[in-house]
Design a protein around this ligand. Structure first.
Ligand SMILES: [Zn+2]
Length: 97
């Protein structure tokens, strides 16, 4: 498992990831992210959002095509435009099957 810490960087939601289930034993992508980072009860990773994270969103970082999971709220998970990721939020790689 690779995880990388980025500074404030432009990230973008990866569309059509609704059918992508997290690997067992994780019931949700947010649980996967928490299990890999040992960080819990986080806020949304969008720098300009103050809501609690409710899910683990599939994103990619500008200049990097690797899919990562970060904690997001429902509305930020639906953003179609790039947004800025909060500093220090760990990006966890999506496992390949
Ligand atoms: Zn948000």
């Amino acid at each position: 498992m690779i995880k990388r810490v980025f500074n404030l960087e432009r990230v973008e939601n990866i569309p059509h990831t609704g059918d992508d289930d997290p690997p067992p034993p994780y019931a949700a992508w947010l649980k996967y992210w928490e299990g890999k980072t040992y960080q819990y009860d986080r806020y949304c990773s969008n720098f300009f959002c103050l809501k609690k994270a409710t899910l683990g969103g599939h994103i990619k970082v500008e200049g990097d095509d690797t899919p990562y999971i970060i904690p997001l709220c429902d509305s930020c998970n639906k953003l179609k435009k790039p947004f800025y990721k909060r500093k220090g939020v760990v990006c966890v790689t999506v496992p390949s099957y």
